[in-house]
Design a protein around this ligand. Structure first.
Ligand code: NI
Ligand code: MN
Length: 229
């Protein structure tokens, strides 16, 4: 699997399918302008730094959007193909399974549209025999720390997890390191920091905190960087 980081909480997972998560591109100071061609767009919640350019990209690429029920209703009213779901449920699209997980956060879109409840996703690509190819990705969305992250890990055994570390609106590095130790993924990628002054953090401190607590390897991705896993 190839993972490209477009800054903030936006990742592109490329394997059999191209999956774009939380496409906040226009207005994102860390976005390089690289083209995105998703088959599927996953949106964790309604805030503009996550829902972002979803409608524009989906209209341009015919990508299917996976999101909560309320955001799906909103996107459908804008003419976008969206599949709604909710926390605790799972949905399979084109051999990719999306399990929607709890997040401790809010999800408003604007004054006219309710955004439902904020969430995270566990994303796994299924082989032809139904087995996972081993790359199970947990994107926690925006969230404070909660102990059921351990349950999410037990249920879904993620190999790679993306955790917010910016503080103020989400976990800070200290909380996220504890979360990482509960989740126990092989690889942890910090997100949702340094996009704006309000969420300024040193990711190297996060690396040290995780190293003190567990065996997970932290990979600090620079915006527009791609890694092969
Ligand atoms: Ni948010
Ligand atoms: Mn956010």
């Amino acid at each position: 699997m190839q993972i490209t980081y477009h800054g903030h909480s936006c990742f592109e997972l490329v394997n059999e399918k191209n999956i774009l998560i939380d496409p906040f591109l226009s207005g994102n100071p860390s976005y390089s302008g690289a083209d995105v061609k998703p088959d599927i767009i996953a949106v964790t919640h309604g805030h503009s730094d996550h829902l972002g350019d979803t409608a524009d990209i989906a209209s341009r690429t015919d990508a299917t959007v996976v999101c909560n029920h309320e955001i799906a209703k909103y996107l459908q009213s804008e003419g976008v193909m969206a599949e709604g779901m909710n926390i605790g449920g799972a949905l399979e699209i084109d051999d990719v399974t999306f399990a929607m997980t709890e997040a401790r956060h809010s999800s408003s879109i604007d004054d006219k549209h309710a955004g439902g409840t904020a969430a995270g996703f566990v994303i796994s690509e299924n082989g032809k025999d139904g087995d996972s190819d081993g790359s199970i990705v947990y994107h926690a969305g925006d969230t404070g720390i909660f102990t059921d992250m351990e349950l999410i890990a037990d249920l879904h055994t993620p190999d790679i997890c993306m955790l917010p570390i910016g503080g103020r609106y989400t976990m800070n590095p200290e909380d996220a390191a504890i979360a990482a130790s509960w989740i126990g993924a092989d690889i942890v990628i910090p997100m949702h920091y340094n996009t704006f002054d309000a969420i300024k953090q040193d990711p190297v401190e996060f690396v040290e905190m995780v190293e003190n607590l567990c065996e997970s390897e932290v990979i600090i991705m620079k915006p527009s960087e791609t890694i092969d896993i």
